[in-house]
Ligand binder design. Structure first.
Ligand SMILES: NC(=O)c1ccc[n+]([C@@H]2O[C@H](COP(=O)([O-])OP(=O)(O)OC[C@H]3O[C@@H](n4cnc5c(N)ncnc54)[C@H](OP(=O)(O)O)[C@@H]3O)[C@@H](O)[C@H]2O)c1
Length: 326
């Protein structure tokens, strides 16, 4: 019986309290299945929610943590002809912080071999979310303005780069001055500091062109500022709640500016879109990763044995994702 390492939890709670590095049995691929070996996995805010028990979809305990990673097919079960050993694929989503896992060959999402492993590792959640936020909610004409908070997040950096390629203009809210230059270097039109009263100068920033789309992953005052900056009939999409505070809406903007408030959840969107819809979005994401339109920074890489340091690092101010490699 082959043993492998996995970062597991037996109860819901703060990651540093409930996670353990364990030796677990390596599974053999059954009929119609493949076994995938992890190359690199991401730490995302939603991992905290899943480990903590607050996310929209929770796992049966005990569970292996992590939901995003890239791997390589290393073994195939009987009756598998659609995938070959050596194919680069999305690691099975139900627990990416482990060395290997098995999955049905029919569910495999192939990753182009020429996308760098680090980029592929975080290609499955944040870039497609950014793509959908820009393309699937409001019909934006080239030259349109949008505003987003958490401009330095993986979603935010994807939005900046994709929006530039699509011909949209961006205002990105951040919490630290030192982020202004790197975001502008990636193509951000304006970068503003949270709490600086920037919404009052929004007409100066856009030359009087109304903002049609606001992307909110923070909540609280940051979300309210966006609504104040939105033009008449504009839409605010809430897809995250980093501040842990309620999203508060200034009533007068709902009434007098006819602002629309909607939500977005990639898990639900991709389920509803089915394999074809998912593939279309992923093809667009990989095309941008391959031609250099989209490149996300890596802040640091840790081994499984160093997972506690990785999680502590992830909770610090940073520029880029923290990756885990076995
Ligand atoms: N609904 C969906 O389908 C979906 C999909 C993907 C992501 N998301 C959400 O999108 C958000 C970004 O995810 P990500 O993986 O791109 O993030 P990330 O790269 O891990 O970056 C985290 C971001 O959150 C900011 N932040 C953290 N705590 C904050 C606070 N208390 N107040 C203000 N800003 C705070 C950080 O700013 P500093 O650098 O200043 O700390 C940073 O910009 C998360 O809320 C995530 O859950 C949702």
């Amino acid at each position: 019986m082959t043993q492998q390492k996995a970062i597991c939890h037996h109860e819901f709670g703060p990651p540093l309290e409930v996670l353990r590095l364990e030796d677990v049995k390596q599974a053999e691929p059954q009929v119609g299945e493949v076994r995938v070996r992890l190359l690199a996995a991401t730490i995302n805010p939603s991992d905290c929610g899943m480990i903590g028990g607050s996310y929209g979809r929770l796992r049966k305990l005990p569970a292996v943590a992590g939901r995003e990673g890239v791997g390589v097919v290393e073994a195939i079960g009987r009756d598998v002809s659609s995938v070959a050993v050596g194919a680069r694929v999305r690691f099975p989503e139900e627990g990416t912080w482990q060395e290997t896992a098995c999955m049905p060959a029919a569910d495999v999402l192939l990753v182009p071999g020429d996308v760098p492993i680090e980029q592929a590792a975080f290609s499955f959640i944040n870039p497609p979310t950014a793509y959908c936020l820009l393309k699937k909610i409001v019909d934006l004409a080239p030259g349109s303005w949008l505003v987003q908070n958490a401009g330095n997040s993986a979603v935010g950096l994807s939005v900046i780069q994709m929006a530039k390629a699509m011909g949209f203009k961006t205002i990105s809210q951040v919490r630290r001055e030192e982020l202004i230059a790197p975001l502008k270097a990636l193509g951000a039109n304006h970068v503003v500091i949270e709490g600086s009263g920037w919404a009052k100068q929004v007409n100066d920033l856009t030359g009087g062109v109304p903002i049609l789309l606001a992307l909110n992953s923070i909540g609280g005052a940051s979300a309210s500022d966006q609504i104040k900056a939105l033009g008449e009939g504009g839409t605010q999409v809430t897809f995250g709640g980093m501040v842990g505070d309620l999203v508060r809406f200034p009533t007068r903007f709902l009434i007098f500016n006819d602002v629309r408030l909607v939500g977005f959840w990639w898990d639900q969107w991709s389920q509803k879109a089915g394999p074809q819809g998912l593939n279309k979005v992923m093809t667009a994401v990989y095309a941008m990763m391959r031609d250099g339109t989209l490149k996300l920074p890596v802040e640091a890489t840790y081994s499984f044995a160093e997972y506690e340091a990785a999680i502590k690092h992830d909770q610090q101010p940073r520029f880029g994702k923290v990756l885990l490699k076995p």
